[in-house]
Design a binder for this molecule. Structure first.
Ligand code: ATP
Ligand code: MG
Length: 371
């Protein structure tokens, strides 16, 4: 879909920004360009839609040498999200999104419907946002509008230059997820620039790691992590170990043996004594087949005893649990923030698989940090 053949860019002052770039981006692929500041990412992106002209080699878009195309027409075929949103401040959200369709001469009705459809897709209610000015929206919302504007005319190729750079981590995470959903649904070819390695690992089908205008390595996130081609790649990827603790990782990464397991028919009195002896504050309640029935806590057991209850099965907490099949570390972290007791991990047959603890999560983080 986008093909770089020995592409070179030397700026008039002599700076060699891109030095012999060879890259083939396939249709529907999500490629992330990453590398240190000044390595030529933005320049590479801008050459695709001829905001900068290459000084050597050739670039093909959809099989056509871009030098044979009219640059204005070329740009209208390619979505482009620049850093810092770049919305027109005196135009409404609707007008901003409609920029390229207007230039392409779409009928008004079609444009209007397209704007509504896009706002809907980004979870921005049109009644509320359509006629706002950019300044009346939050940074994250403006960033969304920037992305929608690039998608408006339904281009096959979308270029994005650090589109989420200026956002707080939560908005960033949300927008990344939205972008992944959009990419899955619309199958656009996306070339995305970032210098955030965790963002690259999360989003990319393939990562292109650049250094001083050249490609250091091209590969899937797994290939770059597991088979770094050079010391530079290893250090670049490794520079961000912490962020590899992805919230999307399965809870199985942190699964530990159950500290205390109690039979469903045990007496509250006995269990209380046992817990106090062993100095534990919670336990998992199972039956003879090791099916999980709930958790018990020291505090609730004491209360149940005062209320005259006899058996642990009369005081079970059943809502706080995660499934081994789909529980992820983010879910676990959120639960641990609410309450530090171990989280029972069960499978879809309700069998107890283990627990995830606050201590286990801390250990994991620490190990990643000192690696
Ligand atoms: N118009 C220009 N004239 C001269 N040199 C330029 C020009 N634009 C960029 N450069 C130089 O080209 C090199 C590559 O710049 P580019 O903007 O592509 O880097 P980048 O990888 O996008 O960096 P960053 O991560 O900081 O955005 C840098 O050395 C930069 O100083
Ligand atoms: Mg740049």
């Amino acid at each position: 879909m986008v093909y770089f053949e020995n592409v070179e860019k030397r700026y008039p002052d002599g700076t060699l920004a891109v030095d012999g770039l060879n890259l083939e981006v396939e249709s529907g692929e999500f490629v992330v360009l990453i590398g240190p500041s000044g390595c030529g990412k933005t320049t590479s992106l801008k050459m695709i839609n001829r905001l900068e002209e290459c000084t050597g080699g050739k670039i093909y878009v959809n099989g056509k040498d871009i030098m044979t195309l009219n640059p204005v027409k070329l740009r209208r075929q390619i979505g482009y999200v620049i850093q810092e949103r770049g919305l027109m401040p005196h135009h409404t959200v609707a007008e901003n999104i409609a920029t390229v369709p207007l230039l392409l001469g779409w009928p008004k009705k079609k444009i209007d419907a397209r704007v509504d459809e896009l706002l809907d897709m980004a979870g921005l209610p049109k009644e509320k946002y359509k006629y706002r000015l950019p300044a009346q929206m939050s940074g994250g919302q403006q960033q969304r509008i920037g992305v929608l504007r690039a998608l408006a005319s339904d281009p096959e190729v979308v270029l994005m230059d650090e589109p989420f750079g200026a956002l707080d981590p939560i908005s960033r995470d949300n927008l990344q997820n939205e972008l992944l959903t959009i990419h899955k649904k619309l199958k656009k070819t996306i070339i995305f620039v970032t210098h955030d390695i965790s963002e690259a690992l999360k989003l990319a089908d393939r990562i292109v790691l650049m250094r001083r205008g050249k490609i250091e390595q091209i590969g899937t996130p797994d290939e770059l992590i597991n088979n770094p081609a050079t010391k530079f790649v290893e250090e670049f990827i490794g520079s961000d170990q912490l962020s590899q603790i992805s919230g999307d990782a399965s809870v199985t990464a942190l699964l530990e043996d159950v500290i205390m397991e109690v039979n469903l028919n045990a007496a509250i009195e006995d269990v209380l004594e046992d817990m106090q002896d062993r100095d534990v504050k919670s336990a998992q309640v199972t039956d003879a087949k090791r099916r999980w029935h709930g958790s018990i806590y020291l505090s609730t057991l004491k209360k149940a005893k005062r209320e005259g209850k006899q058996l642990v099965k009369e005081t079970l907490s059943v809502n706080r649990k995660l499934y081994v099949e789909d529980g992820n570390l983010k879910d676990a972290a959120e639960m641990l923030v609410d309450m530090e007791a171990p989280i029972p991990i069960i499978n879809s047959a309700n069998e107890l698989q283990g627990i995830v603890t606050e201590k286990g999560m801390a250990k994991y983080t620490i190990n990643k940090l000192i690696k």
